[in-house]
Design a protein around this ligand. Structure first.
Ligand SMILES: Nc1ncnc2c1ncn2[C@@H]1O[C@H](COP(=O)(O)OP(=O)(O)OP(=O)(O)O)[C@@H](O)[C@H]1O
Ligand SMILES: [Mg+2]
Length: 407
């Protein structure tokens, strides 16, 4: 019995248990003093009962046993997890739905381009919208990720698989043959192709594919193809003039989440991913604060790693120390912060339309925000450091001025 209890203590690997056991060995009296509750019950008991009592006492406290976990649904923290509630993206989803809706009514969808920095919900938007149009048999949905399907052949092969339900042979079939077969198949079966090309930048000839798909109905009249291309702001150059005139997309901008938005998203993740009470709102705020210099994806990973740290320490609730330990461990890039606040968001929104001279921009900002000229400049400075805007000094007949444009 004594051996079993000792093994059990070792298995729990609890620092506190070992410590208590150590105290017990050297001084039973000291332990009684520290835990009056135990001393009451253990006046004359032996070591087995003593240790069982300590274990049961600690079980009611913050001790996690080896077969327990703080995660109720660990998959909630996977990068490809699609959250049930997609917060703060209603307007982007609505715009995307407006582009796609014609397909539901058997018309050609409007092409669109989702653009924005990392972890702003572009891929999730596509997954969400594709879920919504399940059940329309006349729409063929194809999701391409440029990192995986990185050549024209692979892209067309994937489209072929979705239409004809089998993958064409890897060799011996020319891309043009596949293209023709796809177009003829769509036409004869009267289907609409909705193709999302995510992470376009990794696709060797993204521009070429977008061009070919956009002008398919010139060669095959009546054919209906809608393209959703995902590019970040600085990658738009890959769509050359030739393609952009036929592609002619509706651009949907994704802005970085603010600290408060990150907090709300993390709160929801914690609710679905952890058992109740594992993390407090106060600590979630610390994680959101840490994410400011990075992005939402960093925040989700920090939350997950803090929980792992908590489990490693055999505890049931995450502490500030667990977060700091996890934060110090995660490899961080030296990119500047991309999380923006409400004021920065408003300025970026104005700059979305065109570039402005600083004076002009200030007048427009003033209509929406109560800011002094100096704090307006401070905001511009922060946006420039985050590389979200470019400020160029220009000489005019009135002197020097600054021209501000969105990156
Ligand atoms: N509004 C949101 N609510 C809840 N979770 C979100 C939201 N936006 C993004 N996420 C989560 O953040 C992570 C990154 O989102 P997503 O992959 O959609 O970003 P992205 O814009 O495609 O990034 P990248 O440009 O790096 O591909 C995912 O885990 C996703 O579930
Ligand atoms: Mg993505």
């Amino acid at each position: 019995m004594k051996k079993e209890v000792l093994l059990c203590v070792a298995e729990y690997e609890s620092d506190i248990l070992s410590y208590l056991f150590f105290i017990y060995i050297i001084s039973r009296k000291a332990l009684y003093k520290a835990f009056p509750l135990i001393s009451e019950k253990c006046e004359k008991c032996d070591v087995n009962i003593f240790i069982s009592l300590i274990i049961s006492l600690l079980m009611k406290k913050d001790i996690l046993f080896h077969d327990e976990s703080v995660f109720s649904n660990p998959e909630v923290f996977d990068f490809d997890f699609v959250p049930e509630e997609f917060l703060f993206r209603d307007s982007e989803i609505k715009e995307l739905a407006n582009c796609i809706n014609p397909a539901v009514n058997k018309k050609r969808p409007v092409n669109c381009m989702l653009s924005g920095p990392p972890a702003t919900g572009k891929t999730t938007s596509i997954k969400k919208i594709f879920e919504e149009i399940n059940g329309y048999s006349h729409i063929i949905k194809v999701y391409i990720n440029g990192r995986v399907h990185n050549t024209n052949f692979r892209v067309f092969s994937e489209i072929h698989r979705s239409i004809f339900k089998y993958t064409p042979p890897e060799s011996g079939v020319a891309v043009t043959t596949l293209y023709q077969k796809i177009c003829e198949g769509l036409k004869s079966e009267n289907k609409i192709l909705l193709i999302a090309i995510d992470d376009c930048i990794f696709l060797e000839e993204a521009d070429e594919i977008i061009y070919e798909l956009s002008r398919a109905n010139e060669i095959y009249p009546g054919i209906k193809i809608g393209i959703i291309a995902v590019l970040n702001e600085k990658e738009k150059y890959i769509i050359e003039e030739k393609s952009s005139s036929v592609f002619c997309p509706c651009v949907i901008e994704y802005f970085p989440y603010t600290e408060d938005e990150i907090f709300e998203i993390l709160k929801l993740r914690a609710k679905f991913g952890f058992y109740p009470g594992v993390i407090s709102e106060e600590l979630l705020k610390i994680i959101a604060e840490h994410s400011i210099d990075y992005d939402l994806r960093f925040g989700i990973e920090l939350l997950r790693q803090s929980a792992i740290e908590c489990e490693n320490k055999s505890m049931k609730t995450i502490t500030k120390e667990h977060i700091e330990k996890a934060y110090s461990r995660i490899l961080k890039s030296d990119k500047p912060g991309k999380v923006i606040d409400e004021k920065e968001k408003i300025i970026l929104g104005i700059l979305n339309v065109k570039k402005y001279e600083s004076g002009e921009l200030y007048l427009l900002v003033k209509k929406k925000l109560d800011v002094s000229y100096s704090s307006f400049y401070r905001i511009l400075d922060k946006l420039e450091k985050k590389k979200l805007i470019t400020v160029i000094e220009k000489a005019t007949n009135k002197g020097r001025t600054r021209v501000i444009s969105k990156n």
